[in-house]
Design a protein around this ligand. Structure first.
Ligand SMILES: Cc1ncc(C[n+]2csc(CCOP(=O)(O)OP(=O)(O)O)c2C)c(N)n1
Ligand code: SF4
Ligand SMILES: [Mg+2]
Length: 301
């Protein structure tokens, strides 16, 4: 990607009006605002059951000024496939179809419809916003929850299994564009969605979206926590276009400077890690370091 846009270069047009039902400090809303600015007015959205359904509100009132389908939990990609087919059948051109689903609705429940749509090369954007649990129903563990986190279904012994590497799964579908983005870096979000809008075929985004309610940190710290994730290499900002991986933004400057923070400060910043064992922290650091080294080597560092 060329030089990053300044946040001030994003259009003034807002597609999410002030006032919605998300928790204070929710990370999803920051990114969603810039996603919609990048995609523009000819965007059709489909949202399965998740916190973003709550943002969209109860029919007929909504703070989002884009036409949206509220679909079944596992059905985001099949619903998007139907929208794409409908546009084609009725001869409507120039529209972007986007599915906006949570980690539960993607890593777990929606994986089969997403895999099918990606294999067919369906012309749409799929966004998995990852708050690392089933938050809308009270923070149950998902396969995106990191090891060491307490959730309402791992309340005594924290989750033991590591987070699923979903980008690798999506890359195996050989789709033209995949990217990771964080709500703490909205200019990176804006630039990547602007680029993805004009690519044809299945485009996949993994969006890191810290959640004060489920991660147990003060609502004012969402951006700080999101930045910590990137600065420790826990969440790496990159894009893969036709198989070529490029680091972007903060992750690119970290690779150039050779500086990466340890995971300790991140772990200590959230109540969900209050029962993590020293062995789990060491394993967390080891797996982050291994992944960082492998991404750096792929990016030519
Ligand atoms: C088949 C089915 N099972 C369970 C539910 C209940 N349900 C609604 S939202 C949700 C959690 C969604 O988690 P995720 O996709 O991670 O999104 P988040 O709530 O974290 O934004 C669940 C379990 C449902 N709507 N449909
Ligand atoms: S539970 Fe988390 S992701 Fe859901 S609205 Fe609240 S802060 Fe946002
Ligand atoms: Mg979730």
């Amino acid at each position: 990607m060329s030089a990053q846009s300044s946040i001030l270069e994003a259009p003034e047009q807002e597609y999410i009006l002030p006032g919605n039902r998300l928790c204070a400090g929710c990370g999803v809303a920051i990114a969603y605002r810039f996603i919609l600015k990048a995609l523009g007015p000819k965007t059709l959205i489909t949202v399965p059951a998740c916190c973003v359904t709550i943002l969209h509100g109860i029919y007929p009132k909504t703070p989002v000024s884009a036409t949206t389908v509220n679909t079944t939990f596992a059905g985001a990609a099949s619903s998007a496939s139907g929208l794409v087919a409908g546009l084609k059948a009725t001869g409507r051109e120039g529209w972007t179809v986007m599915a906006m689903a949570g980690d539960g609705g993607t890593f777990d429940m929606g994986i089969q419809s997403l895999s099918g749509a990606a294999e067919r090369g369906t012309n749409f954007i799929y966004v998995c916003y990852d708050n690392e649990a089933y938050m809308n129903t009270g923070a149950q563990r998902s396969s995106a929850t990191p090891a060491g986190a307490v959730t309402t279904t791992t309340p005594v012994i924290p989750k033991e299994q590591p987070k699923k590497d979903f980008m690798q799964i999506m890359e195996a579908h050989h789709i033209p564009y995949l990217a990771s983005v964080s709500c703490a870096f909205p200019n990176d979000v804006y630039d990547k969605f602007l680029k993805a809008r004009d690519i044809r075929g299945t485009r996949f985004f993994h969006l890191s979206a810290p959640c004060p309610t489920g991660w147990h940190y003060p609502t004012r710290e969402t951006v700080k926590i999101g930045r910590m994730m990137v600065e420790a290499g826990i969440f790496v900002l990159y894009e893969i276009e036709n198989g070529v991986l490029k680091l972007t933004g903060k992750s690119l400057s970290m690779a150039k400077s050779g500086r990466k923070k340890p995971v300790d400060e991140y772990v200590a910043s959230q109540g969900r890690f209050k029962k993590i064992s020293p062995e789990q922290v060491s394993e967390f650091q080891r797996s982050v370091d291994a992944k960082w080294a492998s991404i750096l080597s792929r990016a030519g560092f």
